[in-house]
Design a protein around this ligand. Structure first.
Ligand code: GAR
Length: 215
């Protein structure tokens, strides 16, 4: 799958991104802003935004940008597998080159990974492999870590275990609570995600075991 991006790296057409969100969507917004500011030189465009719930700011941001949106809620399906199949079809309909999980708080299943493995990028608010899961910021703080940060990585069938593309470091301050620390992480995270997605799209990449090489 990675080769499909690499092989077409010399073509000028923007790579197609589907972005998945569950919340405020500030990482999505950073991508939209970078694409608007940089134009075709960025190398990618967002073609649709998907979510696992209604009524979130992430979807509102997509709608304001005039982008198609879709929602796949687990509770609307009779099994996790049928939800995964529906999400896979909804994303596939937009023929993405890369799928970006930008605060998407669901673990995808086998079908999704079979279709998008090697081109499904996640951003996580901790320095993996430390503090995986849904509470990366809270867990780093509770552990007493002095530095934490964010990790942009490819998704595999574990929880935040896939090959790391890039990381950003943030110092933990004595006075930090989860919200203050998360906000400082997100400032670094948004810049990192914009940089990484652009480089993947423009240059192509290959995944060699755990190592990601951007051409
Ligand atoms: C980001 O910090 C992202 O790393 C985190 O959710 C936030 C979404 O912010 N994701 C996870 O914790 C996934 N385990 P946003 O909605 O403002 O982009």
């Amino acid at each position: 799958m990675a080769e499909s991006v690499a092989e077409t790296a010399s073509e000028s057409a923007a790579k197609r991104l589907v972005v998945l969100v569950s919340g405020s969507g500030t990482n999505l917004q950073a991508l939209l802003d970078a694409i608007a500011e940089t134009g075709p030189a960025y190398g990618a465009e967002v073609v649709a935004v998907g979510a696992d719930r209604d009524g979130i700011e992430g979807l509102a941001r997509a709608e304001r940008a005039g982008l198609p949106t879709f929602v796949c809620r687990v509770k609307d399906y009779d099994s996790r597998e049928s939800w995964d199949a529906a999400l896979t079809e909804a994303v596939a309909a937009y023929e993405p080159d890369l799928v970006v999980s930008a605060g998407f708080m669901k673990i995808v299943g086998k079908e999704f990974l079979a279709r998008f493995g090697g081109r499904f990028v996640n951003t996580h608010p901790a320095l993996l492999p430390s503090f995986p899961g849904a509470h990366g910021v809270r867990d780093a703080l509770a552990y007493g870590a002095k530095v934490t940060g964010c990790t942009v990585h490819f998704v595999d069938d574990g929880v935040d275990t896939g090959p790391i593309i890039a990381q950003g470091v943030v110092e933990v301050r004595d006075e930090d609570d989860e919200s203050a620390l998360h906000e400082r992480i997100k400032e670094v995270e948004r810049r990192l995600l914009v940089e990484v997605v652009g480089r993947l799209a423009r240059n192509g990449y290959r995944i060699e075991g755990r190592k990601v090489v951007i051409q």
